[in-house]
Design a protein around this ligand. Structure first.
Ligand SMILES: Cc1cc2nc3c(=O)[nH]c(=O)nc-3n(C[C@H](O)[C@H](O)[C@H](O)COP(=O)(O)OP(=O)(O)OC[C@H]3O[C@@H](n4cnc5c(N)ncnc54)[C@H](O)[C@@H]3O)c2cc1C
Length: 547
């Protein structure tokens, strides 16, 4: 079914100072920091790195203007600091993004409140407000918006990480360079606790089916919305649930006539805040907030949520005639928010909590609850301090990949294109997704025309990037490659025929026989369909009924 390029040696009976459960952005950040501090670290992920909530987010790196409404000043300050760090250190993956906050005469928030909030936001960021959208851009947007309202526009800056999956891979590789052992498709079945203290972790390798046990001094449970489940399976009893899952859904559409070039932050049909974002040459709209205590692996957007997002967008842009049929796909994820049964989902804090299980009879185990993409690195530092690492420890708190090649610089693009004898478009794509490693991938591409070939006829990303994903980036399945390492399958025109074409081209280079090809393709299409939900008749029927 799957292609395992890297040998998966047994971990049986090995001892690790730190075992991290869960390879989302938080787990990878924690493993990287522990390994850099010299701790023998193991990171296990039951599916693929970044396949959980991390790839189901809105993908903005932000201070959280909305958190000001809830008085979470510390969280905003921390997020703004981390946003600036990511912009500086991962400039190929995290880009500044211009936002327009839209209000009309019916909006629940007043212009005065918004102006005050933005003044505070800019002050906390320590940056002056940017010049904002031009007169022409605003006019163009105003023409596309519902003309029945008086619109006010407020400018501010935040950032976007179009592919947090790539940020996770970079941190993962840095963890490995620092000595961490990382295993995707490896499930932590249970944490072994004896005499009130963590002793080890029982693991199941999903590829080989082999069960193994490793010894552990510390276990950090970074399993996101699965955190309570990991404890339940390990018979670790917390006084109350740690999590109150809240599902958030998004819809993705092709660009439409009048679709904005800036990110919009506005109100949905019920006055809740939503984003309308340019993303990956498409439009990303979200999100919703629905209490969800089900299995996070099976979370899907409901017809009501899809309809809510479609109606909200259609109401903003009536001339674009947006309907459920306009939606390319929808996806959902469960926010691992702290258990807070008395609060509305929107009022639950977005600040992370580190739950120490010493009081639950499991000394040396921590569970990470909540957090954001934006604050994963600061969460990791806090975790490291909790297990006794200090800022003074060699390499412990060091971050940064070294100087990156800037994909926006034409010289860098020309250099990579020259090294690999690839088009400038392919070179730019490599720089955007692989940063300073683009030159190495280009060198590999130079070896043969098959390696320089595009993955499918509609993308400039090439097969050499796929080979790199299998060889060095711990990809195991075709889904790991096409959805997360080289995420071309998230693109605007990807279809079943692209999947077939990509599998043929990849299989030819990797020497797949017909059976392996068929099995890889089938597993990939199943994963793609489960993640990126086609908006079927249900949503359309619901929409018709609501009219
Ligand atoms: C709708 C939505 C929008 C969001 N938008 C933003 C945003 O725009 N900006 C922002 O900063 N944040 C955003 N967030 C928050 C952010 O995405 C999450 O807080 C963050 O991704 C959580 O990362 P994580 O590593 O804790 O969880 P995950 O990414 O879910 O990682 C946990 C991993 O643990 C694995 N796992 C579970 N059980 C086991 C086991 N037994 N053994 C091994 N592995 C296991 C899972 O497979 C999973 O991959 C959003 C969240 C949602 C839901």
């Amino acid at each position: 079914m799957v292609l395992a390029v890297n040998p998966r040696t047994s971990l049986e009976d090995q001892h690790f100072q730190v075992v991290v459960i869960g390879g989302g952005i938080n787990g990878v950040a924690v493993a990287r920091l522990c390994a850099r501090a010299g701790k023998h670290t193991l990171l296990v992920e039951q599916n693929d790195f970044a396949s959980g909530v991390t790839s189901r987010s809105t993908r903005i790196i932000h201070g959280g203007l909305r958190y000001l409404e809830h008085g979470e000043l510390d969280l905003v300050r921390e997020s703004l600091r981390e946003r600036e760090k990511l912009l500086r250190e991962r400039s190929h993956l995290v880009h500044p993004m211009h936002f327009l906050l839209l209000l009309n005469e019916k909006s629940q928030r007043s212009a005065l409140k918004v102006r005050t909030g933005l003044w505070l936001y800019h002050r906390m960021a320590g940056k002056p407000a940017s010049a904002g959208a031009t007169e022409m851009e605003l006019k163009r947007l105003e023409r596309a918006l519902d003309a029945g309202h008086r619109w006010s526009f407020f400018n501010y800056e935040d950032a976007q990480c179009e592919f947090p999956e790539r940020l996770v891979v970079e941190w993962l590789m840095e963890a490995v360079e620092a000595g961490a052992i990382v295993r995707n498709h490896t499930e932590a079945l249970a944490v072994d606790v004896a005499h009130g203290r963590v002793r080890g972790v029982l693991l199941r390798d999903q590829i080989t089916g082999r069960d193994q046990r490793v010894d552990a001094t510390w276990v950090i449970n970074c399993s996101g919305p699965w955190a309570d489940r990991v404890c339940q399976r390990s018979s670790i009893r917390t006084q109350k649930p740690m999590l109150g899952g809240v599902r958030g859904s998004h819809i993705v559409l092709p660009r439409f006539s009048g679709s904005p070039s800036a990110a919009l932050y506005t109100e949905a049909v019920d006055g809740r805040p939503i984003f309308v974002l340019p993303w990956n040459d498409q439009v990303l709209v979200g999100t919703t907030e629905v209490a969800d205590s089900g299995d996070p692996a099976k979370t899907v957007p409901s017809a009501e949520e899809i309809n809510y997002l479609v109606q909200s967008l259609a109401q903003l842009f009536p001339k674009a005639k947006i309907s459920a049929q306009s939606v390319k796909h929808a996806f959902a994820g469960v926010r691992p928010l702290p258990y807070s049964p008395d609060n509305r989902p929107s009022a639950v804090t977005r600040k992370h909590i580190l739950h120490d299980h010493a009081d639950d009879g499991a000394t040396h185990m921590l569970s990470v609850i909540g957090g954001k993409l934006t604050t994963a690195a600061s969460l990791a530092r806090e975790c490291a301090r909790k297990i006794g690492l200090t800022a003074g420890e060699p390499g412990a708190m060091a971050v940064g990949p070294g100087p990156a090649l800037d994909p926006l610089l034409d010289e860098a693009v020309l250099e990579v294109a020259r090294i690999g004898a690839v088009s400038e478009e392919s070179a730019r794509g490599m720089l955007e997704w692989h940063g300073k490693r683009a030159a190495d991938i280009a060198r590999m591409a130079l070896v043969s025309s098959e390696l320089r070939a595009p993955i499918c006829p509609h993308t400039s990303h090439v097969i050499a990037e796929v080979v790199e994903a299998y060889r060095r980036e711990f990809a195991v399945t075709l889904g790991d490659v096409l959805l997360r390492r080289v995420p071309v399958a998230l693109g605007a025109c990807w279809s079943e025929s692209c999947s077939r074409e990509a599998a043929l081209r990849i299989g030819a280079v990797l020497g797949w026989d017909e059976h392996t090809m068929g099995a890889n393709l089938e597993a990939f299409e199943m994963e793609r369909a489960a993640f990126l939900r086609r908006v079927g008749r249900n949503a359309a029927a619901f929409e018709a009924a609501a009219d």
